[in-house]
Ligand binder design. Structure first.
Ligand SMILES: [Zn+2]
Ligand SMILES: [Zn+2]
Length: 496
């Protein structure tokens, strides 16, 4: 059968190491730079054996990862180059010259070699790679990218597309094709860094005093404690102090801070959840009554961490703690960021604490905040919205929030969910099996999730860049996490 020229693959020999792919790629064969290859409907099933598709930078970079195991001879032997460079018969406008091809593959190989530096971005699925050696940072355009979306994502403002255009005269005023390299204006931090959108004003840190922590009053008996970007809280009752979380970064100051407002002893300690960045200094209060969700107790029993003793009082749905005239309602909205992560509500002080679900002023952390249950994180937002509160402790970053911050976070995560489910419905999976080696279902599914995330992220970037901090940092990864959840969790209560 006649195969479009853009389906020719360079081969990597058994001796190829993961370190220097540029030397192991033979240079005496043509490769097409046709950017439309991923859309091509020609079946790849006749091809067997490992190969590298030089048209897809992600495939190439993956071969540079240790243990990627690219070693066997391919069955399909591309013809030797003769005469004119190949022209893709699907896209006749593509007429790469030999020189441009060699240059292009050297750049691709350099991008592959830059994987350790660009590792975070690769993990985030962004396909951003640093420029070869001393070059400026660049981004490899994905299907659906425009100069405006790239400007929005990396320069923080869609209106800065003209700067991109100026830095990329080769685009001739057009939006980039999938796979095309877009040079980003040099980052002030120098090469080999990603360029991120600026942080909104009310998400920025404010300096601490010389004591190195910040104490904030919630009502007349509640207090929030900040050390760096970590947060804990406590309530002073008539008979003692109830401490809510103790991050390891607070170990040196928390007892001191409590002593600065009361000489009463700590009688109770409440675990928001099991994660050590929030309760890694729980052992400071090992003599208090230790309270947590049953799942937190179970996780900590397995962890056997002396810094996080197992809670002695546990519950599954709700626990009302009445102590010294103060009430704390501990409730569980179901698995969310972690199974066992609870809402702590102090109705008299009109504050609530729920950690790692809604971070005031910020988009979610990677892997959608390492969520045990993505739908559960959305549901937890719904539960938080029901509380009559003035202050909210999210556990991380530079400030506390209020009801409005929960509402904004809720709108953001529901926008993500809705765009993801829409993108899934609009993206058939079948064509992606035609783009990978026969039988490599995971590769096809990965490309499918990539395509879904690409489709879902544009409206999010347009709507949200500048409203929350770090919208661009993990958006694509988080949308992929959501897409996987939408497929397997199939919640019927969230709606579109
Ligand atoms: Zn956590
Ligand atoms: Zn956390």
């Amino acid at each position: 059968m006649t195969r479009p020229l853009h389906h020719r693959y360079r081969t990597v020999q058994a001796a190829s190491t993961t370190k220097k792919p540029v030397r192991t790629i033979r240079s005496n064969r043509w490769v097409s730079t046709c950017a439309s290859a991923r859309e091509c409907k020609t079946s790849e099933s006749a091809l067997t054996g490992p190969r590298i598709n030089l048209l897809d930078d992600r495939h190439l970079t993956r071969t540079a990862e240790p243990g990627s195991g690219v070693s066997a001879e391919p069955v399909h032997k591309p013809p030797r180059a003769r005469g004119r460079p190949p022209v893709c018969d699907t896209c006749p406008s593509e007429k790469p010259t030999r020189r441009s091809l060699i240059k292009w593959s050297a750049a691709a190989a350099a991008a592959a070699a830059a994987v350790p530096l660009a590792g975070t971005a690769q993990a985030a699925g962004l396909s951003i790679a640093t420029g070869a050696k001393r070059g400026a940072a660049f981004y490899v355009a994905q299907a659906g990218d425009t100069l405006k979306t790239i400007a929005g994502r990396f320069l923080g403002n869609v209106d800065r597309w003209k700067e991109l255009l100026a830095a990329n005269p080769g685009l001739h005023g057009r939006d980039p094709r999938a796979g095309q390299k877009v040079t980003l204006p040099e980052s002030p931090a120098g090469p080999n860094t990603r360029t991120f959108a600026p942080i909104p004003a009310d998400s920025k840190p404010t300096p601490f005093g010389p004591e190195g922590y910040r104490l904030t009053r919630f009502g007349d008996r509640g207090y929030g404690v900040q050390v760096g970007p970590g947060q804990s809280a406590f309530v002073v009752t008539d008979t003692g102090v109830v401490v809510l979380d103790a991050p390891s970064s607070h170990a040196a100051v928390l007892p001191k801070v409590i002593a600065s407002v009361t000489d009463k002893p700590v009688t109770h300690f409440v675990y928001s959840h099991s994660h050590s960045d929030h309760v890694g200094a729980a052992n400071l209060f090992a003599n208090a009554v230790l309270i947590g969700h049953a799942d937190t107790a179970s996780t900590l029993r397995a962890a056997k961490d002396p810094a996080r003793p197992v809670p002695t009082v546990t519950f599954t749905d709700q626990h009302v703690l009445d102590v010294g005239g103060q009430r704390l309602v501990l409730s569980y909205p179901g698995p969310n960021h972690e199974s066992g992560n609870i809402i702590i509500h102090a109705p008299q002080q009109r504050f609530a604490m729920m950690v790692d679900v809604a971070v005031p002023g910020w988009a979610p952390f990677r892997a959608f905040g390492s969520a045990d249950s993505v739908p559960g994180v959305l549901r937890a937002h719904n539960e938080l919205m029901k509380l009559d509160i003035e202050h909210f402790v999210g556990g991380h970053m530079h400030r506390y929030g209020g009801k409005q911050d929960i509402a904004v976070s809720r709108e953001f995560v529901f926008d993500m969910w809705n765009e993801t489910t829409k993108a899934i419905a609009a993206t058939p999976i079948a064509p992606f099996f035609g783009q990978v080696e026969a039988g490599n279902t995971w590769a096809a599914v990965e490309l499918w999730y990539d395509a879904i995330a690409v489709k879902a992220e544009d409206p999010i970037i347009r709507k949200w860049t500048g409203r929350l901090g770090a919208v661009d940092v993990w958006l694509r990864e988080n949308l992929k996490t959501m897409a996987v959840s939408a497929r397997v969790d199939q919640p019927k209560d969230l709606g579109v």
